[in-house]
Write a protein that binds this ligand. Structure first.
Ligand code: NZQ
Ligand code: ZN
Length: 380
């Protein structure tokens, strides 16, 4: 086994009626003025916003609001939020939403101290400080609520890049799974596919790491099990809670301990697709890309792929495993081809080029532009 570090300082407050604690959790840490960042308004419809501001008011926390973070969040909104944070002299940032809102909040928190926050994504500047980050999660997918990464799109330059820094771990995240009952089914599916992808980015790097591989299999199976219950009853509280927990564990350091940092080729391809087609959700793209990537690279670590097929889908080998994986996605009413997602075939070379613009991708099998193009064609 290789040596590794495990560090995760985020406190998670999980379960029913936990959102009402957010004011206390912030006040306990000595902050009295915050910037609340949100998306397009789902939190006003499902009652989350009212619960949050009631709790803030109860604990004498002053707040300013920044609305309008879009899915696949953009740099322009980050810059707007940084300007508000500076002008209002807030002491902390509170994200109320899904991964896009949390990522915007993380980068705002660091952006207050940066010369030009985009330069961090271009690896030309380093994060030097960040305001404390609090989150109220409304969509389980990215695990951004318990990790130190963020992904932002520079819409002017057509780039979707990620960054990470220990200062970006949220101080506290509140997860009240039942607030996800208001999600459209499609978003629940996208969240499950994103989380499965996170776990698999690590899992296929494995060989002998029995503990973490066993955890990863348990997480994948829990996600599938919870999804089959939710498909029948979307307000199944047990399934929502199990799904939320498995998804957070999927990318908080636990699922990848000792697995060489993961592969991440599918994520790189997915980011290019979402930056070219802004309306394609991250998880939806991964559901299409992962089975195709498996077909292309499985011989590199055949034993591990066959173990996945047996352990997760109870079948003989990865060939059958890929068929079952695609069937599962279809059963969830998700897309299994780039064509269904609305990607134009003539854009495939440009997506491959964009994906490898900063060098070859992947770790299990290092992929050049021509490999990426082949995988995209397999996914078409
Ligand atoms: O904007 P609102 O009105 O809130 O609506 C959102 C949005 O339209 C809606 N939504 C969220 N909670 C809801 C709800 N609708 C009804 N009821 C609720 N309870 O869902 C839509 C999608 O939200 P979004 O935050 O975009 O989804 P997600 O959490 O999947 O985040 C995706 C972004 O995270 C990045 C992705 O690339 C993408 O940009 N990622 C971040 C990672 C990280 N920080 O670690 C890792 C991931 O691999 C990923 O790259
Ligand atoms: Zn992801």
């Amino acid at each position: 086994m290789i040596n590794y570090n495990f560090y995760n300082p985020t406190r998670l407050v999980f379960g029913e009626n936990t959102i009402e604690k957010i004011g206390e959790l912030i006040a306990q840490r000595g902050y009295h003025k915050i910037l609340m960042i949100s998306g397009g308004g789902s939190i006003k419809k499902n009652g989350v916003y009212d619960k949050v501001i009631e709790s803030l008011a109860k604990h004498q926390i002053e707040w300013v609001e920044c609305w309008g973070v879009q899915a696949n969040p953009c740099l322009t909104k980050v810059r707007e939020a940084i300007a508000i944070a500076k002008e209002s002299k807030v002491e902390a940032v509170l994200a109320v939403g899904g991964g896009s809102v949390i990522d915007t909040s993380k980068i705002t928190a660091a952006g207050v101290f940066a010369e030009d926050i985009w330069k961090v994504f271009e690896r030309e500047e380093k994060i030097v400080n960040a305001l404390p980050i609090f989150t109220v999660l409304t969509l389980s997918a990215t695990a951004s609520e318990m990790n130190c990464s963020a992904v932002i799109t520079n819409e002017a330059e057509g780039k979707k890049y990620g960054t990470g820094h220990p200062l970006l771990y949220p101080t506290v995240s509140v997860i009240e799974p039942s607030v996800q009952n208001s999600l459209p089914w499609e978003q629940t599916v996208n969240g499950a596919l994103d989380a499965m992808a996170h776990i698999m980015e690590f899992y296929f790097m494995g060989t002998i790491e029995e503990t973490v591989l066993g955890i990863d299999e348990a997480l994948l199976k829990s996600i599938i099990k919870a999804m089959s219950r939710l498909k029948l009853k979307q307000d199944d509280s047990i399934a929502r809670a199990n799904l939320a927990w498995a998804i957070t564990m999927g990318l908080n350091g636990m699922s990848g301990a000792g697995l060489k940092g993961g592969d991440w080729a599918c994520h790189d391809m997915s980011h290019s697709i979402s930056s070219m087609y802004h309306s394609i959700a991250h998880g939806a793209a991964l559901g299409v890309l992962f089975p195709a990537w498996m077909e292309y690279v499985c011989e590199t670590n055949q034993h591990q792929f066959d173990r996945f097929a047996k352990g997760i889908f109870d079948c003989i080998d990865i060939e059958e495993g890929v068929i079952k994986f695609r069937n599962l996605i279809r059963n969830w009413q998700g897309c299994t081809t780039l064509r269904q997602l609305g990607v134009k075939e003539e854009d495939i070379p440009a997506i491959a080029k964009m994906t490898t613009a900063r060098g070859r991708i992947g770790r299990l099998q290092i992929l050049a532009e021509k490999d990426v193009e082949k995988i995209l064609r397999l996914a078409y």
